[in-house]
Write a protein that binds this ligand. Structure first.
Ligand code: SDX
Length: 427
């Protein structure tokens, strides 16, 4: 059966060119223009890849118009509200939710792999105390490639699954060590008796010797509600199809580089304030605005093209509706408001920004809505996480997405080294 085609006409020469249309199972079809240069002698031009599909994928689906997000077909709302982050990790890696036994095995594997080589402590120690944890995290993950050569044979599924589990398990420990380093306090090793998310909070908060802070009522345990909130935040950050950092991971993997340096490159890309770094900038911006009364003036600045001020946490390349993750985080904020004593002043400023922006022509016309970063910071602050740890939290959640996308790239026979061309305007 001949495929449907898309015809381009060059009206300089009258020549017509036909390219196959390939339909998606969900979402937009694509026009396969891989032979465009060979047929026409011209390149297509798409700065920032706003209309370009770089690969086929079976992992995550986003409908930007509807504000819909699915991991392996499962709606993000269901996963965030009814499943643990580890179940979501298993779903992304294996294409199905785990049975009870599979989940137990997966959980144990991650606990047992959560330790890092002692030599990495010296690498972390070499950084100044003022180092941003993201610089330590990207360096530490890159350094992991020096410790792990095996499990890189992509043709052996078991080997690659083991490599994936290792990186998912070790990044929280590296992130916690980076945080402790910034405070100048001893590192706390993972406790294999604790769940993935509780263990991370434990490594951040415990005193040397592993005890948690004493309070007048006795030892301060890590509250269940805190673990559940952070676990949902990890789930909401787990994957997001071909975003800038995932594209970076795929591009680095396309050269045949070690998978861990590809993940390290993804961490570096995520750090930018236009991407994952926005969660840290949102809180700084809410504090800079300071009062609900000042919101109007900052909205005016965000609309002024001569002012490079942008509303952090607003707008998205794909979502032209509410980011469903922002909706989930807003629900979480409302649930946690009293239990975790959320900063109501910052919340009031955020809600005022949202209320004004969603009724203002500038934002409506450009379909600018709150994105995942707009609400995460208030919750992370209430979890006693310092602002420089916000983007590392995003890294911990997203690592499973990066490694799943990398594995999909490596097993796709159509994959090629990433090597775009250019529109040359030089001499
Ligand atoms: C993430 O891709 C992903 O999936 C990323 C992510 C993931 O899970 O991986 O979802 C995570 O990175 C979320 C986004 C976090 N970043 C921010 O919140 C930073 C603020 N947002 C913007 O910088 C911007 O909206 C981007 C970077 C998110 C999207 O940029 P685009 O798609 O390239 O859009 P654009 O810059 O071309 O803007 C289109 C118009 C412009 O106005 P005009 O020139 O048409 O008049 O909208 C305006 C922009 O000036 N605009 C904003 C704005 N965002 C876009 N104006 C004011 N404030 C903003 N935040």
């Amino acid at each position: 059966m001949n495929k449907d085609t898309f015809t381009f006409t060059n009206n300089r020469t009258g020549e017509k060119y036909e390219f196959d249309i390939i339909d998606a199972t969900r979402g937009p079809s694509v026009v396969d223009i891989s032979s465009f240069y060979k047929q026409t002698g011209m390149f297509t031009f798409d700065v920032g890849y706003t209309s370009t599909a770089s690969c086929t994928s079976y992992i995550t689906f986003i409908d930007g118009e509807k504000g819909e997000l699915r991991y392996r077909g499962h709606e993000i709302e269901d996963l965030a509200e009814n499943h643990s982050y580890l179940e979501t990790c298993y779903l992304l890696l294996n294409g199905k939710l785990p049975t009870e036994e599979e989940l137990l095995d997966f959980d144990l594997e991650l606990r047992n792999r959560s330790f890092i080589d002692e030599n990495l402590r010296h690498l972390i120690a070499a950084f100044p105390d003022s180092a941003h944890p993201m610089s330590i995290l990207s360096s530490g993950v890159s350094a992991l490639s020096s410790f792990y050569y095996e499990h890189l044979n992509i043709d052996d599924e078991a080997e690659y699954q083991e490599m994936a589990r290792r990186i998912i398990a070790k990044i929280p420990t590296l992130a916690a060590f980076a945080y402790r380093k910034s405070l100048g306090i001893p590192f706390i090793y993972p406790d294999v008796d604790k769940s993935f998310t509780e263990n991370f909070l434990y490594m951040l908060r415990a005193y040397p010797g592993g005890k948690l802070k004493r309070t007048s009522e006795g030892r301060e345990e890590i509250k269940k509600i805190e673990v559940e909130a952070l676990d949902a935040i990890f789930t909401l950050h787990a994957d997001h199809e071909q975003n800038a950092s995932t594209t970076t991971v795929r591009n680095v993997a396309s050269t045949g580089a070690h998978p861990y340096v590809a993940i390290s490159a993804g961490i570096s890309a995520l750090w930018g304030r236009a991407h994952g770094g926005a969660n840290e900038s949102v809180i700084a911006q809410l504090e800079m605005i300071g009062e609900v009364e000042n919101v109007d003036a900052y909205i005016a600045r965000a609309k002024d093209h001569d002012d490079d001020f942008r509303l952090m946490g607003f707008g998205h390349r794909v979502y032209k509706n509410f980011d469903p993750r922002a909706r989930e985080l807003k629900k979480l904020q409302d649930q946690l408001k009293d239990e975790l004593n959320l900063d109501s002043k910052l919340m009031d400023i955020a809600h005022k920004i949202e209320e004004i922006a969603l009724n203002d022509e500038y934002f409506i016309e450009r379909k600018l809505y709150p994105n995942i970063d707009f609400y995460s910071g208030v919750i992370l602050t209430a979890l006693k996480l310092e602002r420089p740890m916000f983007t590392p939290i995003f890294v911990i959640g997203r690592t499973v997405g990066w490694i799943t996308q990398l594995m999909e790239f490596k097993t796709d026979p159509a994959s090629k080294i990433a090597r775009p061309r250019q529109l040359y305007l030089g001499k």
